[in-house]
Ligand binder design. Structure first.
Ligand SMILES: [Cu+2]
Length: 307
């Protein structure tokens, strides 16, 4: 993928990710120190076996007292971090639903003016805590944006919460982190964190229905989109297409990637995806569409115009 997007828990860009990064550093460094001390003592013990040092104090001190103190301290610290991670904070006004699908993501923005449905890209305002409500319609998925937070499972019949706050604008990569079938590895998503004020503008654009094109090929493509069967699975708001099996395509052309992060979004990859997405993402739930090449071009022109 050409879009540069960080997917590293060691490069935190949000408050929760910083807490997790710090906790893991403490655990890594602590474990390394303990390992070094134990190994040193083991070596010393091997060479001083016969010298008659009292062992009782060593066993009780090193085997009981020190582990009890160290492990209790670590447990208390880890519990405090876990508590802080689920803290809503006073400024949490934004609620976004993310629904795991085989093998893509439905994203629904709760709005005073009604929900906006989108897919395969999550948009966030910088510096504000957002509450994600995570669910699944089919199998268990797991939502994970390593640069912003820990993983939370998406379980059919349940709604799990995740508080997200991004401190730096940018693009971060999310990945399904629970094996969910053939295309689990290609179930990714980009998280776009907007500058102050930009998020509202983006939401406003996303809320609009699809515009109609003046391009004649695209106009033909709009009709072909329905006759070729695309509308049975895809919604394009503002048209009669209202299918729910696949991602909402109302503004698909403005997304950075196609197919949940498998392809860069441009006209060539779009044509390739539409003619046979199975070649790109084998086993995904969109069947190959057999249409004459002019029809394919027309549909591609139409979909590429859905900005
Ligand atoms: Cu998944």
């Amino acid at each position: 993928m050409q879009v540069s997007a960080s997917q590293s828990a060691f490069d935190p860009a949000g408050a929760n990710a910083v807490l997790i990064d710090r906790l893991s550093s403490v655990l890594y460094i602590g474990a390394a120190l303990i390992f070094a001390i134990v190994m040193t003592l083991a070596v010393v013990a091997v060479f001083r076996r016969a010298s008659g040092v009292p062992t009782r104090a060593w066993v009780l001190g090193g085997g009981v007292a020190i582990p009890a103190v160290v492990l209790t301290a670590l447990l208390a610290y880890a519990l405090a971090v876990g508590n802080a991670l689920s803290d809503e904070g006073p400024d949490c006004g934004t609620i976004i639903h993310v629904n795991g699908k085989r093998w893509w993501w439905e994203v629904r923005y709760e709005q005073p003016a009604g929900a906006i449905v989108s897919a395969n890209e999550l948009h966030l305002p910088v510096g504000r805590t957002v509450k994600l409500l995570l669910a699944s319609d089919d199998v268990i998925h797991s939502f994970w944006v390593p640069a912003l937070s820990g993983k939370v499972d998406m379980i059919p019949g349940r709604v799990n919460h995740l508080m997200l706050k991004a401190d730096k604008p940018g693009v971060y990569r999310a990945q399904c982190a629970e094996f969910c079938g053939a295309q689990h590895a290609f179930m990714a998503m980009l998280v776009v964190v907007h500058e102050e004020g930009e998020y509202e503008r983006w939401l406003e654009r996303e809320a609009r229905p699809a515009g109609s094109s003046t391009d004649t090929q695209a106009q033909r493509g709009a009709a072909d989109f329905t006759s070729a069967g695309c509308a049975a699975c895809h919604t394009v708001r503002g048209t009669s297409a209202a299918g729910r099996l696949g991602p909402d395509l109302t503004h698909v052309a403005s997304r950075l990637t196609l197919g949940a992060g498998v392809l860069d979004n441009n006209r060539a990859s779009l044509a390739g995806w539409i003619s046979n997405s199975q070649a790109v993402k084998p086993g995904n739930l969109m069947p190959p569409i057999k249409v004459p090449v002019e029809t394919l071009h027309a549909i591609t022109a139409y979909v590429a115009g859905l900005e």
